[in-house]
Design a protein around this ligand. Structure first.
Ligand SMILES: Nc1ncnc2c1ncn2[C@@H]1O[C@H](COP(=O)(O)OP(=O)(O)O)[C@@H](O)[C@H]1O
Ligand SMILES: [Mg+2]
Length: 136
């Protein structure tokens, strides 16, 4: 999906391509707030690929959303941030057990020493936010 590349806008171009394809296939609207201005390291790319694909798979399979809003940023200090926010059904975290998908996206950020949170409100949608400082 998001392949590591050395062209200047490689990560952003790959992400845009992947997101546009996903939106066309699922017919869920896409709002892109931000894409990385510089290429990600290989480790950061792997982390983002895992987390983004699990988050979007949940939007597609569980949310009934009409729109998903996405921000991905990567600073000069190698801090990766990702937000995926949908306007779907949401769910009650006290009642719905965490599955393997959320565990996988959390593990991807934890592996880099980062963190991920899931904020969901029934009737108001779900937001995943995550950040990690990618040393090397
Ligand atoms: N974006 C979302 N909108 C609505 N419900 C969600 C969303 N993301 C996750 N869920 C709920 O959380 C559960 C756990 O998700 P996950 O850990 O990815 O496991 P799985 O997708 O295999 O069920 C889902 O089964 C679903 O009930
Ligand atoms: Mg899932």
């Amino acid at each position: 999906m998001l392949e590591a590349t050395h062209s200047p806008a490689g990560t952003a171009a790959a992400a845009l391509h992947y997101l546009t394809d996903w939106s066309g296939r699922t017919r869920i609207g896409l709002e892109i707030w931000a894409l990385p201005r510089t290429d990600l390291s290989l480790r950061a790319t792997n982390c983002l690929t895992t987390a983004l694909s699990e988050a979007l798979s949940n939007v597609e399979r569980h949310s009934g959303a009409k729109l998903v809003s996405i921000a991905i940023t990567y600073t000069a200090e190698h801090v990766l941030r990702m937000t995926v926010s949908d306007d779907g059904t949401g769910f009650d975290r006290a009642k719905v057990p965490t599955g393997s998908g959320i565990a996988r996206m959390r593990a991807a950020f934890a592996e880099l020493g980062g963190g991920l949170s899931v904020h969901s409100v029934p009737g108001a949608g779900t937001t995943i936010s995550a950040a990690a400082k990618c040393w090397g």
